[in-house]
Unconditional design. Structure first.
Length: 153
């Protein structure tokens, strides 16, 4: 019981840290909020409100807005794992993202959710899968992200 309590406190602390780091960043401009981190630190969920500025001229949600959400949550889960391992002298960079847009969105309001899961965590590369969905849990996009972990200079 004590272990679960400590893990829950630690994950909440890490989640708070992520939300504090977003100030003065694109993550903040897009109003992305990190809302869940699993105890094993292998799953991170974020949400982003949809607004009319995120749409392409044809009236559909711009794919770039979806990719911003996916890359933000995907790189942040690598960052959380590096930070948890006390590797403060390393940076995380996304070096590749592949996205399949499954469903288009035409509504001008709502919330997108991104669920990132690490499916490979090496010393240098992390492979992440991200599902972006709407409030009804319809899959909007599926993304695969590769992050590189490199020493700070």
């Amino acid at each position: 019981m004590f272990f679960l309590c400590c893990m829950k406190e630690r994950t909440q602390e890490l989640l708070n840290k992520l939300n504090d780091l977003k100030k003065n960043t694109l993550i903040n401009i897009m109003k992305i909020q990190f809302i869940f981190l699993s105890n094993h630190l292998d799953t991170l969920i974020a949400k982003m409100p949809i607004n009319s500025k995120m749409f392409q001229p044809f009236g559909f949600l711009h794919g770039g807005a979806t990719i911003i959400l996916a890359e933000s949550v995907g790189s942040s889960i690598s960052f959380i794992n590096i930070m948890n391992e006390r590797k403060n002298n390393f940076n995380v960079f996304s070096i590749e993202i592949s996205t399949n847009h499954i469903r288009s969105i035409k509504i001008k309001k709502g919330i997108l959710f991104a669920k990132a899961k690490i499916f490979h965590k090496g010393n240098i590369l992390h492979f992440i899968q991200v599902y972006v969905s709407d409030e009804k849990e319809n899959i909007i996009s599926f993304c695969k992200l590769t992050n590189i972990i490199i020493p700070k200079k």
